[in-house]
Design a protein around this ligand. Structure first.
Ligand SMILES: *[C@@H]1O[C@H](CO)[C@@H](O)[C@H](O)[C@H]1NC(C)=O
Ligand SMILES: *[C@@H]1O[C@H](CO)[C@@H](O)[C@H](O)[C@H]1NC(C)=O
Ligand SMILES: *[C@@H]1O[C@H](CO)[C@@H](O)[C@H](O)[C@H]1NC(C)=O
Ligand SMILES: *[C@@H]1O[C@H](CO)[C@@H](O)[C@H](O)[C@H]1NC(C)=O
Length: 300
């Protein structure tokens, strides 16, 4: 334990709260409740981050240090209230300094610490690039203001084309919002991640942050209202989708609609059963990828 952490532990123990300290990076143990049956997706490897803001865990991400972007973020959906906050972007001090406090912190106005720059994406990576900052865990899927602000960490962000982020992907996030708010009666576990290019990785300028070819999302809502309207029969207990992030991609995974508005054309989202998504993930990651424990059908 570092001196800083020991000190924090002393202060917290004496005030009756537990100190998670360095456990926020490298271990999902303190934030397993964001996963269905406390079972993080299998088949993907990276650095687990228990995303902490204002001393509370908000969600979990599996981070790729090599790509300086997440493989996925996992969270519990809650129906949003109010407007999207205009939060400042944050970073994770514990990726740069193992003993550091696990709370995410806003980027400083002045020069950046080199260990922070080396360990993760920073704002200048995205500024003047041809990609927007795409939230994997979107602020829209959270009720509390603080949970929403907590999504504004670059460890929850991937380079996403604006035509996807403001177009079909946003529509998907809104559809999921409305569907879960209306018919999910218990917890809704969501995992949103990326599919890398098969060959020829794409990077933001400076070759620091890897660009995903596709973005995927799936949810698991084991306890739902079974009087579903016809069009939502396939939407429970699980549902999945894959979105294009590159107009040049082939159409095997997601076909392109020719009727979409020009700005959004080529950024289609295809909805599909969880099993179909897992088939594409297995194929691209060349290993068995399981998003939810027993495909979300495990008995309670
Ligand atoms: C972005 O581009 C502007 C105009 O070319 C330039 O002044 C600025 O320094 C660039 N910022 C970054 C972070 O690359
Ligand atoms: C999200 O769902 C809530 C709850 O049903 C609803 O009030 C809100 O309008 C929805 N927002 C969007 C952007 O879909
Ligand atoms: C389930 O959905 C039906 C039809 O939309 C609605 O009338 C009913 O109140 C819902 N039940 C619960 C428990 O939300
Ligand atoms: C798509 O292909 C065009 C033409 O070859 C190229 O200019 C563009 O950079 C490619 N886009 C991406 C995201 O690779």
């Amino acid at each position: 334990m570092s001196r800083l952490c020991a000190l924090a532990a002393l202060v917290l123990v004496s005030s009756g709260t537990w100190c998670p300290c360095a456990a926020d990076v490298g271990d999902f143990a303190p934030c397993l409740h964001f996963f269905y049956k406390a079972w993080p997706p299998k088949g993907l490897t990276g650095t687990p981050i228990c995303q902490r803001y204002h001393n509370q865990y908000r969600f979990a991400s599996l981070y790729s240090r090599a790509r300086r972007s997440p493989w996925f973020s996992a969270y519990l959906y809650t129906a949003p209230e109010g407007k999207r906050p205009s939060a400042s972007w944050k970073f994770e001090p514990q990726l740069a300094y193992p003993g550091a406090d696990g709370n995410m912190i806003p980027f400083p106005l002045g020069p950046l610490d080199q260990n922070v720059v080396d360990s993760q994406a920073v704002e200048p990576d995205y500024i003047n690039s041809t990609y927007s900052r795409g939230h994997l865990n979107p602020s829209l899927h959270h009720q509390s203001h603080e949970d929403r602000i907590g999504t504004f960490t670059l460890t929850n962000v991937v380079p996403q084309k604006a035509g996807s982020n403001d177009g079909p992907w946003e529509v998907l996030e809104q559809t999921v919002n409305k569907t879960l708010a209306a018919y999910c009666l218990g917890e809704a576990y969501v995992v949103t991640g990326i599919i890398p290019y098969q060959t020829d990785e794409h990077w933001l300028k400076n070759h620091r942050v890897a660009v995903p070819e596709y973005i995927w999302s799936a949810y698991c809502c084991p306890n739902y209202n079974s009087s579903l309207p016809e069009e939502l029969r396939d939407a429970f207990p699980t549902y999945a989708a894959v979105g294009r992030n590159d107009r040049n991609s082939t159409e095997e995974i997601v076909p392109v609609s020719q009727t979409a508005k020009k700005h959004f054309r080529g950024y289609d989202v295809r909805k599909m059963p969880l099993g179909t998504l897992e088939m594409y993930l297995n194929d691209r990651f060349r290993t068995v990828v399981s998003v939810f424990y027993e495909q979300c059908s495990g008995a309670d």
